[in-house]
Every structure is written in structure tokens, then in C-alpha cells.
Design a protein around this ligand. Structure first.
Ligand code: CDP
Ligand code: MG
Length: 754
């Protein structure tokens, strides 16, 4: 057993590891009772516990060897220019030796599935090969990415490799940001953006090649794209279709695309050792930080960087603060640790930091969301710390509620994560869960998004593409029919579809906006209330997410006071956002004003960009820009026109009950109405954390519900009875009870004809 333990010790080869210990033992790693020592010097770094685990669990967890592709950079000669160096680096990528073979395969087959480990050069190289081979003379090349950050960073990299300015020959397009021009021939874009391009160009005539990249991610948009591109490939024999994926399970793609051939890019490999904890971690964030510090202080600097997978922006920022704090306590006793966060909302200029080479004598620790699992390749990672969680959307088709939940990852994900450590040399992956967990608790694969999301948006897009027969759409994995019906029901409630399930004029207008259908409806409805100006400002601000109000830890009181101004009169969160936007506009978009009011200037600039685009779209759907600043009720009615399905009523105990599909919810503490507790509210979204929280809440008058959505709410739904009787939810809700033979859906109201 001793030998086995030795073998499991990731640093067994370095007998000196104990000498690197700092201070005395108090922290038992892997034990449930992690106590936070007051001073860092109290930590003992006990790798032993971490490692023994595997043996003690009695589970066979012999070191697993993961196969990882390897990219060996060529020795840089100082005589080379940066450009020459980039060109020679391109030739070291695993895909390079297969360039000709790949081009031949693409020439010979219309559809090709391409498989290669992350980092083999699929995303950056294949579009360039196609360009070099002349494909761009017949049309653009589209390469889709599930994530915005990946689309931007890859486009930046490729423009550099081609020696052109980003946005010229090589560009990217993500929602609300189009960095392309007339010249653009290689277009990196989110999968959602290509989906939107179908609306304007249903046969994608301006493209010669479509590469659906990162297909294994199986995002909702990617899954819908599969069906659409498969269809156009039939009547556009000149169009080349590439489906590329990082996982070896490509048979499924091939089967779906009428047995398309699979092209495998072999990778060069380094082994990755996997280590598990002895017991489940009580606090994985803390465990991850401690593990990272252990590695940093015990391993020679310069031997490799650390990648930690966390679940989201907030967690990453917290980890960053703690790491900063702890390393500063250690001072000069340790080598420099460069902390690089990476998540979707990270400002672009900070994103590139993760790709910068680590200076000599220092170590980088990258705090990443799932984005670093396969979408981004970061060189130089030797250690991966995997807490085993991901923030994932889940959807309850019964209630129509969507929530973001921190969920255990799948085995496939865990292995992808581990693989990130073995690209440039042998790597080590520390899983902050037990081997037993891995083998028994984790699912094999992640459930595709289409099976766990609200489909209203996609259904609206498909309807506006003229695809009416959704139940027979060629899905790779069909969504639950309940979710599909729910989406139809919502779109019907929003008047985007008529009772035969056909797109209405309202629906056609809504589909023009790259927004959630409820937001689009709010904008379209604002025409009636003469407040389209206000509606697009609110929509733009809501699209930013919750990064508008800035609350630095040391100035929280000041910040809160400043923010209070916007909530004056308890106008509700939507109006507060509008007030922020308009006040900023009144200062001529002053940065100084943002500082003074603890508002994130970057978020505001983004909101302004989004607003500009929405303004352009208003013109397209022929809605005049009108402003109605003094009629609060008009603006609130426009909001209610979009969000009436999200209404809730106060209960005696201070919680809320949603009116349709009754469910308990609370106003999120960050809301301006959290202390006010109005009797009736509409909310933007529900998020489940410790409780079901309503975000962005506005007060409403119950009679509006009946006035605005008489087909959805009955008087009895909103009767404000003194008794605590629950309003009945389903009385008049639009029911889809007639699915006719051809698969299109018609609606029939429960008890009345309309
Ligand atoms: O798509 P795939 O995972 O196969 O690889 P890729 O994204 O094309 O990356 C190939 C190589 O390009 C990586 O190994 C990185 O060295 C480099 N790269 C980079 O330096 N910066 C980026 N933003 C993207 C890629
Ligand atoms: Mg890629």
C-alpha cells in the first residue's frame, strides 16, 4: 500500500515537497471540517490527504491516462519577425500535417464531421486552409462558436495570423456587436447569430462554407442550426458543411448527417494524472484556492500554470479576491502568482490577458468558467483543479420557469477538463470530489440544452423562417414535447401566434428583435403606449444583466446611497434602470457621472450600443420613436404587455405567489422594492439560488392584467380578495388541446371563444 500511495502522490518524485510547507499543520485537506485559519502561516499543505483518498476509498482509481493533443511550440529564433514566428507556430499544430488530406476530404464530400482534441487547430486553422484553397472566392466562410468570448478571441487570433486588421478580412459577429465589413471573408460568429442570419438569408447564399464548430457543446442554437443547415445542404450542393467537435463521440453527428464521413485529427499526447479527494468538500471554492496555493508554493515556478474551473463571474471574482489576499499575506516568501479571470462578461481588453505568456519566475492561475473546457485553448497549463460543478440552465415545462443552477458536471466534462492540463507536457488534475462520486454520481454526458430550456425564442425564430411543423422538425435530440407546447402557448399568449399557431403581425415584428420574446413584446407594445423610446432603453439595460450598479466592498454605504436616488418614489427596478440611462444621457454620457454614482461605465456603454441597435430595429419594424417620460403608468403598461405571464401577488407572510402556475417566490434583496413589498408585481426573471428570487421587479395594478391580456387573465385571477384564497391560475389559460395531424398546433380556449 505504501508503494501505491507513493504512486498516487502527484509530487512523489519530488521528495522535497515537505520542505516547502509553510507553518504548522492545522488544515486537514479533504476533511469536512475545513477551518479557516486566521493567518495564512497556519496552513499546512498536506497533499498526502488528497492523494491517499483514492486508496482509502477502496475504489480502483489507478492513474487514468487521458489522451491529450500536444502543441509543441518551435524554438523562437530572435531573427524571426513576430509574423514569421506565428506562421511557423501554425505549422506545429496537430492539424497541420493533415492539411492536404483534409482539403481533399472537404472537396470530395459535401458534409464532413471533423474530430480533434481541443487545441489541435480546428477553429483557427481550418477556415484559413479553406481560404488558402480558394473557397472564399465563392463566398464567405462562417465558423460558429457557442460562446461570445470564443468567437471574439479566435477571430482576433486568426486576424493576427493572417496579418490583417480585425473586422476586415477576418471578423466576428455576436449579439449586439458586429465586427465585420464588406471585406470579411472569414466570419466567426456565435451559433445564435448564424441562426438569425437565416431570417435575412434563408439559403445562406453568401456563404460557401459553414463550419458548425464545438458541435459537442450542443447548445440550443447549435442544435437548431443542425436541422437548418442539413436542410439547405440538400438544395445547395455547392455549400460545404463542416461539423467539428472535440469529443471522440462523433458517430452521432455522422448518423444525423446522413452518414457523413468522419475526419479524425490525431493528437500527440501527454498523460494526465487524476487525483481525487478523500471526502466530498464542504466548501469547494476554499478547497480549490487552497489546492492552487499548495501547488504554487510547493512546485517550482515556471513548471506550469494552474487552471481552476468555477461556475460563474461572482464566484470567480470572489476567488480572485481571496487569492490576492492570501498571496499578499505570504509576501515575498513565494513566487509571483498572476491571477487571470475569464468569463463571458469579462471586458474584452481583460480577456487577452489569459493568452499572454507567463513571465519567468512567475505562475499564472486562470479562474475560468466552463468556457475553458473546450472553447478556448490556453497554452502552458499543467495543473487543473476541478471542483466538479457548472452553472447550468434548467427548465420546468410545467411552470415555464427557467432557473440557473449549480449542478454537478458530467463525466465527459470532467475528462475534457482534466485534458486541459496535458497539452504541453504531462499534467495533473485535482478533482475536488471523490472517485466514488465520479464513477457513481456523475452522468456520462451533459444533457443537450434543447432538453432543458425555454424554447419560446427558438420557436419564434423557426416560425418566422416559415417552419410551422415543429413537432416534425429534424431534431438530433427532440425537445420534450411539453416544452415545445409551452413555448407555443407563451407565444400565443403574447399574441405572436394566432390560434392556428401561425405567426401574427405582432410576432413578425417581435422576431426582428434579438431578444427574449417577452422583451420584444414589450417593445412592440410600447408603440401603443407612445413610449418606444423608454421601452428600448429599458430593454437595453435589462440585456446587460446585473452589472450596472457598482458596489465596491469598502464603499458600500456610499454606493447604496447613490443608487437610492434612482429608486426614489419606489418606482420599481425597470424605471430605476431607465432613470440611470436617462441621467447618464443627460450628462452627455459622462464617465465622471458614472464614477460619482457608482455605475459601471463599461456596462453603460454597452447598453448604449444595444440601445442604438434596437433603435435601428424599431425603424425596420416601422415603429416610431416616441417618448412619454411623464406617464409612468404608460411605461409600466408596456412592460406588463410583455411580462404579464410573470405576475406575482404578495402573500400574508411577505413572500409572493406567482399568479399563473402558483409558486412561491421572493423579491431579490438587490431590488429597489425588496423592502417595499407591493401587493402586485411583474418581474423580469426568476433565479433559484437559496430561494426562488424574482429579479427586476415593478409594481403593477391588477386590473392591467385583465386589460392587457384578457385572453390570459380572468377577473377572478386578479380579484383582490381579503381572504387568503389563492387566485386560480389555469382557468382561462390558452390551452393547446388540438395537435392536428400535420404537426402544426392550433389553440382553443378552455371555456370561451375569442
Ligand atoms: O479549435 P481547436 O481547439 O482545435 O484549436 P484552436 O482554437 O484552433 O487553437 C490552436 C492553437 O492556437 C492553440 O493551441 C493556441 O496556441 C493558439 N491560440 C491562441 O494562441 N490564441 C487564441 N485566441 C486561440 C488559439
Ligand atoms: Mg476550437
Amino acid at each position: 500500500p505504501v508503494a501505491a500511495e507513493e504512486k498516487m502522490n502527484p509530487f512523489a518524485e519530488q521528495e522535497a515537497w515537505e520542505e516547502h510547507q509553510i507553518g504548522k499543520a492545522t488544515l486537514k485537506f479533504g476533511s469536512k471540517d475545513i477551518k479557516k485559519p486566521k493567518k495564512y502561516d497556519d496552513y499546512e499543505f498536506v497533499f498526502e490527504d488528497f492523494i491517499k483518498v483514492a486508496v482509502m476509498d477502496g475504489v480502483n482509481v489507478e492513474q487514468e491516462e487521458l489522451l491529450c493533443s500536444v502543441h509543441t511550440p518551435t524554438a523562437s529564433s530572435s531573427a524571426k519577425t513576430a509574423f514569421e514566428k506565428i506562421q511557423s507556430d501554425r505549422k506545429t499544430l496537430p492539424v497541420y500535417p493533415y492539411r492536404e488530406e483534409l482539403l481533399r476530404a472537404i472537396n470530395d464530400h459535401q458534409i464532413l464531421v471533423i474530430v480533434g482534441e481541443t487545441g489541435s487547430g480546428k477553429t483557427t486553422q481550418i477556415p484559413q486552409y479553406l481560404h488558402e484553397a480558394g473557397y472564399t472566392s465563392r463566398g464567405k466562410i462562417a465558423c460558429t462558436q457557442p460562446r461570445r468570448v470564443a468567437a471574439m478571441s479566435v477571430a482576433a487570433r486568426v486576424s493576427q495570423e493572417m496579418g490583417v486588421k480585425l473586422g476586415h478580412e477576418v471578423g466576428y459577429s455576436i449579439r449586439f456587436e458586429d465586427c465585420t465589413s464588406e471585406k470579411t471573408i472569414l466570419k466567426y460568429m456565435t451559433d445564435g447569430m448564424l441562426l438569425r442570419e437565416f431570417l435575412g438569408e434563408p439559403d445562406l447564399a453568401s456563404y460557401s462554407v459553414v463550419m458548425v464548430d464545438e458541435a459537442h457543446e450542443r447548445t440550443l442554437s447549435t442544435d437548431i442550426l443542425f436541422g437548418l443547415v442539413k436542410d439547405i445542404a440538400r438544395f445547395r450542393p455547392d455549400l460545404k458543411l463542416l461539423i467539428s467537435s472535440a469529443t471522440l463521440d462523433a458517430e452521432k453527428f455522422s448518423d444525423y448527417f446522413d452518414s457523413a464521413p468522419i475526419f479524425k485529427i490525431p493528437g500527440r499526447r501527454f498523460p494526465v494524472e487524476i487525483h481525487y479527494t478523500k471526502a466530498p468538500e464542504a466548501d469547494y471554492l476554499d478547497a480549490a484556492i487552497v489546492t492552487a496555493l499548495q501547488i504554487h508554493v510547493t512546485q517550482p515556478p515556471g513548471d506550469g500554470d494552474i487552471l481552476i474551473f468555477l461556475t460563474g463571474q461572482e464566484e470567480i471574482e470572489t476567488a480572485k479576491e481571496i487569492l490576492k489576499h492570501r498571496t499578499s499575506e505570504l509576501g515575498t516568501k513565494i513566487a509571483e502568482l498572476i491571477i487571470c479571470p475569464i468569463y463571458a462578461n469579462l471586458p474584452t481588453e481583460l480577456q487577452s490577458k489569459i493568452f499572454e505568456p507567463t513571465p519567468e519566475g512567475a505562475r499564472k492561475v486562470i479562474l475560468a468558467t466552463n468556457i475553458a473546457e473546450t472553447s478556448l485553448t490556453i497554452d502552458g497549463i499543467k495543473y487543473v483543479i476541478d471542483p466538479g460543478f457548472v452553472k447550468m440552465k434548467s427548465y420546468n415545462p410545467r411552470t415555464g420557469m427557467e432557473s440557473l443552477l449549480v449542478t454537478p458536471i458530467s463525466k465527459a466534462s470532467a475528462n475534457q477538463r482534466a485534458g486541459r492540463s496535458g497539452r504541453t507536457g504531462p499534467g495533473k488534475c485535482f478533482r475536488l470530489y471523490t472517485a466514488y462520486n465520479y464513477y457513481n454520481d456523475l452522468d456520462d454526458n451533459t444533457v443537450p440544452e434543447i432538453q432543458r430550456t425555454n424554447l419560446a425564442n427558438v420557436v419564434l425564430s423557426l416560425k418566422s423562417l416559415g417552419i410551422n411543423d415543429l413537432l416534425n422538425f429534424d431534431f438530433m435530440d427532440p425537445p420534450p414535447s411539453e416544452a415545445l407546447l409551452k413555448a407555443l402557448e407563451l407565444l400565443y399568449a403574447l399574441s405572436a401566434l394566432n390560434k392556428h399557431g401561425e405567426l401574427t403581425k405582432v410576432g413578425r415584428r417581435m422576431a426582428e428583435f434579438p431578444l427574449d420574446p417577452m422583451l420584444s413584446k414589450m417593445i412592440v407594445a410600447s408603440e401603443k403606449y407612445q413610449c418606444s423610446d423608454e421601452a428600448i432603453s429599458i430593454a437595453a439595460m435589462l440585456s446587460i444583466g446585473n452589472s450596472i450598479f457598482y458596489r465596491p466592498k469598502d464603499k458600500q454605504v456610499h454606493a447604496d446611497n447613490a443608487h437610492l436616488n434612482f429608486h426614489m418614489g419606489n418606482v420599481g427596478d425597470h424605471m430605476a434602470l431607465l432613470k440611470v440611462y436617462n441621467s447618464w444621457k443627460d450628462t452627455n454620457f459622462s464617465t465622471q457621472w458614472c464614477y460619482e454614482n457608482y455605475i459601471q461605465v463599461r456596462s453603460m456603454k454597452r447598453a448604449r450600443d444595444i440601445r442604438d441597435q434596437l433603435e435601428g430595429l424599431l425603424e425596420r419594424v416601422e415603429i416610431e420613436i416616441t417618448t412619454n417620460p411623464n406617464d409612468l403608468d404608460a411605461i409600466k403598461k408596456a412592460i406588463t404587455s410583455g411580462f404579464f405571464p410573470h405576475s406575482a401577488k404578495l402573500q400574508k407572510n411577505g413572500s409572493y405567489r406567482t399568479v399563473k402556475h402558483p409558486q412561491t417566490a421572493h423579491i431579490h434583496p438587490s431590488s429597489g422594492l425588496a423592502q417595499v413589498l407591493p401587493r402586485w408585481v411583474v418581474y423580469h426573471g426568476l433565479v433559484l439560488t437559496t430561494k426562488e428570487y424574482m429579479h427586476q421587479v415593478t409594481q403593477l395594478k391588477p386590473e392591467w392584467l385583465v386589460e392587457i391580456a384578457p385572453h390570459y387573465y380572468h377577473l377572478k385571477d386578479v380579484e383582490d380578495l381579503a381572504s387568503n384564497k389563492m387566485p386560480r391560475g389555469d382557468g382561462r389559460s390558452a390551452k393547446i388541446n388540438n395537435v392536428v395531424k400535420d404537426g402544426s398546433v392550433s389553440f382553443q380556449d378552455g371555456n370561451e371563444v375569442f
